[in-house]
Ligand binder design. Structure first.
Ligand SMILES: [Zn+2]
Length: 207
């Protein structure tokens, strides 16, 4: 029998499934997860995908030929932006401020998150040519009060869950609705710390 929960992929002793509050999200979220992240102890992308009712999590590195992703991107009723600090990244808020002559402006946005270390996310983005036509967006860092649970992380290094929370909050203008995401994240961190005290000082490798 596996030591790991088949749902949240945490060790069963620190399974966080009971702390997840289901949330409806009209802005769809796609998580492209690097294979190395799936069983990473700080994997917050699973938590995000379990909580959101409108979220896909696909695992891989090069998504160029990913059928389901390409099918989603081909839909005409919605368009997607990638949260990625690329050279031409724009602010998330400017996504919704489309020029009047843009005849795409009625199409609502969805967001794509790359889940991996900076180095891996960079590689995923470079390899996945189908993402290159999509706008890349930066998110405004969270306020310090929401940030305290990740004191050890360097500023600006948001977990995938926090990035998702921030993007959904900004795009919807309703951060209250998404607060339970942070609560479940806090529970996840607390359980990890309680179970593995040494993990407190173990930062993710800065690759
Ligand atoms: Zn679980």
């Amino acid at each position: 029998m596996s030591r790991y929960c088949s749902s949240c992929h945490k060790a069963k002793a620190i399974c966080v499934c009971d702390a997840i509050t289901p949330i409806t999200n009209s802005i769809p979220v796609i998580i492209l997860q690097h294979p190395d992240e799936v069983s990473h102890p700080k994997n917050s992308a699973c938590l995000l995908s379990l909580a959101l009712d409108n979220c896909e999590r696909w695992i891989g590195e090069n998504f160029s030929e990913h059928g389901a992703l390409n099918e989603t991107l081909a839909q005409t009723q919605r368009r997607y932006a990638v949260l990625y600090p690329g050279e031409h990244a724009i602010s998330l808020s400017s996504l919704t401020e489309q020029p009047v002559e843009d005849n795409n402006r009625e199409r609502p946005w969805g967001i794509i998150l790359l889940d991996g270390t900076w180095k891996k996310a960079y590689k995923m983005y470079q390899l996945s040519k189908n993402l290159h036509d999509l706008p890349t967006v930066n998110i405004t860092p969270m306020s310090p009060s929401q940030y305290t649970i990740r004191k050890s992380a360097k500023l600006g290094a948001l977990s995938t869950l926090e990035a998702g929370f921030t993007a959904l909050s900004e795009l919807s203008g309703n951060s209250e609705h998404y607060q339970p995401l942070l609560a479940s994240f806090e529970t996840m961190i607390a359980r990890q710390l309680a179970f593995m005290p040494s993990s407190h000082s173990t930062n993710r490798p800065s690759e």
